[in-house]
Design a binder for this molecule. Sequence first.
Ligand SMILES: Nc1ncnc2c1ncn2[C@@H]1O[C@H](COP(=O)(O)OP(=O)(O)OP(=O)(O)O)[C@@H](O)[C@H]1O
Length: 228
Amino acid sequence: MIQLKNVTKVYNKGIQALTNTNLTIEKGEFVFLVGPSGAGKSTFIKLLLKEEEPTEGNIILDGQDITKLSRRKIPYLRRNISVVFQDFRLLPNKTVFENIAFAMEVVEASPKEIRRQVPMVLAMVNLSDKAKQYPHQLSGGERQRVSIARAIVNNPALLIADEPTGNLDPETAWEIMKVLKQINRRGTTILMATHAKDIVDTMQQRVVALEKGRIVRDEHRGAYGYED
Ligand SMILES: Nc1ncnc2c1ncn2[C@@H]1O[C@H](COP(=O)(O)OP(=O)(O)OP(=O)(O)O)[C@@H](O)[C@H]1O
């Protein structure tokens, strides 16, 4: 599914964010990406989304070397990879239904498909009764569930979650984790960058730890491994 081969990323100012990184993530895995602030987690995610280019090395997604992908083909990449952010990033002037529908309109789905898919993903995240609400009328946990529904509505192979529970209280964070695990059980590969020690320790999934741009740990049924 994802393969990084000798990936190095040096930013303009000479900061080396990733150094000679090698990693393989198989289809259907659930992987936590952990490490101290500045370790390179966001850089890792930006490279997968082609928001940044590696200085050296190759990134293979679904058998395709995305480092060789032309700018023109990036929208196709984005259909297969979806992202959920810490700050939800919902459109404030659209309802819950419209926020999710918009992600389908962007990839030119038909109105019929939209009418079928949106209620289905809303049911999956347990928000069928909130379809007509606007984001400001929802709690943080509900907003995050909308953003997850939006992220999965086009059936991506890979869901990247960048600190998805960072703005939520512990109980609400667990609701989000339940939803992510359920999506993973349906076959979607999940990569989640997080500082949530309790969640990582309890879920016992694969843990990849980055420090100063290097993978220092890669454990199946791993733990968070830091004190924060
Ligand atoms: N656009 C950029 N230009 C220059 N340096 C950058 C840029 N983005 C990140 N860096 C640097 O690269 C290193 C890795 O940063 P990155 O954001 O990937 O870390 P992180 O593990 O995601 O941290 P956090 O947990 O705080 O989000 C840091 O030293 C950071 O200052």
